[in-house]
Design a protein around this ligand. Structure first.
Ligand code: AMP
Length: 361
């Protein structure tokens, strides 16, 4: 089976690493000449709206999937005429736009911060008057790794904020005084079979994910599964979906969803029976899903900007290095390490050992 992937970054690369043993081959459509997935499959170098090359991709593959959600809607609609596309165009439409996403959470009874659609500075002034400060202003689309958002603490932060984010459609959200951030990675097959990985605790630095630690028997696991299950059913979703929550007042508030494999699920490559990458491929290909059970205690640390010396990373016991083969650049995710340890105290020690190799800002 040949899988077409829109995007050829590290997520595409890790999909291919998981799918190749299943007998799958891959074609990546990505305009970047140095797309790092090209080491693992065919690289169709073209823009995401290039219909000739999209048609070529569709003709060559059995199905198409995505490694990022900001794919133009017309691209998905065009491809869908010729080849099955998972997750669906509707799932992408909702997940790529914070207004549609939060409105869906509200309709499904999933707690989420207060929010308002912002099309102008006047809308923002009115929304701040009702939601209050502090609040977070976010572009409705194209935000990632803390980009496209601004924390509004005091009235002076509000006066020019709409222009500062580029005068594009935005969402204002009430600030959540969270005690932690967690994500749930779920997978749903074409037949509706659904599995969930254990909740993951996430820590960020400068808006970028630094550390994910998989939990054991998290008290909010069942609640998170209930919320995520509602979304999967609503969207008749197929593939892996990542759902990020704030932990607050002993409960959960929905932050956002990603309709794809996710950075907070990278630990599953070594830390779970079947990784999020293999399970995404199983789901979209209509194959039985694999077990999401955790193997030991597991965590993932991102390497941002640069990868520490390989020999030092792999010298740490229980540590697995994933080097994406990308050019090094400030703020860019260029690799990660997964730890899989027999117990929690060993895991904490090994996290400290990996962290000692990472220069902090
Ligand atoms: P996002 O791109 O929406 O995931 O936001 C990036 C990060 O900003 C989150 O991981 C949080 O740490 C922080 N953040 C986003 N929205 C809020 C909010 N409404 N209240 C508090 N912190 C937030």
């Amino acid at each position: 089976m040949k899988i077409g992937v829109i995007g050829g970054g590290q997520l595409g690369r890790m999909l291919a690493l998981a799918g190749t043993p299943l007998g799958m081959s891959f074609a990546f459509l990505d305009p970047a000449p140095d797309a790092c997935a090209q080491a693992l499959g065919e690289h169709i170098r073209a823009d995401y709206d290039d219909k000739d090359h999209l048609r070529r991709l569709a003709d060559e593959v059995d199905l198409v999937t995505f490694e990022f959600e900001s794919v133009p809607a017309e691209t998905v609609a065009f491809l869908s005429q010729f080849v099955p596309v998972y997750p669906s165009a509707e799932s992408l439409r909702i997940a790529r736009d914070r207004w549609f996403e939060k409105s869906m959470f509200k309709d499904l009874g999933i707690p989420t911060p207060d929010f308002a659609d912002i099309q102008s500075q006047a809308d923002l002034d009115a929304a701040v008057a009702s939601i209050g400060l502090p609040a977070v202003l976010k572009t409705r689309t194209l935000g990632y790794d803390g980009k496209g958002q601004k924390l509004l603490r005091k009235p002076a932060d509000v006066s020019n904020a709409f222009a500062e984010l580029g005068s594009v459609p935005c969402l204002l959200e009430g600030f959540v005084p969270f005690t932690g951030e967690v994500s749930l990675i779920a997978v749903r097959g074409r037949d509706g079979e659904t599995c969930f990985y254990p909740l993951v605790h996430n820590s960020h630095e400068s808006g970028i994910l630094r550390l994910s630690v998989a939990s054991s028997n998290h008290p909010l696991q069942a609640l998170a599964e209930d919320y995520v299950g509602r979304v999967l059913k609503q969207l008749d979703y197929v593939g892996v979906l990542a759902f990020e929550f704030f932990e607050v007042d002993g409960g959960l508030k929905a932050n956002e969803i990603a309709p794809r494999v996710h950075n907070s699920g990278h630990w599953t490559i070594e830390g779970a029976e079947c990784s999020q990458f293999e399970n995404h491929l199983r789901a979209v290909a209509g194959l039985p899903l694999g077990s999401t059970a955790k193997l030991g205690e597991s965590a993932m640390l991102n390497f941002i900007g640069d990868v520490p010396p390989v020999e030092k990373v792999i010298a740490i016991e229980d540590c697995h290095l994933h080097h994406y083969g990308k050019a090094f650049k400030v703020g860019r995710k260029v690799g990660h390490a997964t730890l899989r340890c027999p117990d929690r105290s060993t895991l904490d020690r090994q996290i400290t050992a990996v962290e000692s190799l990472i220069p902090h800002s």
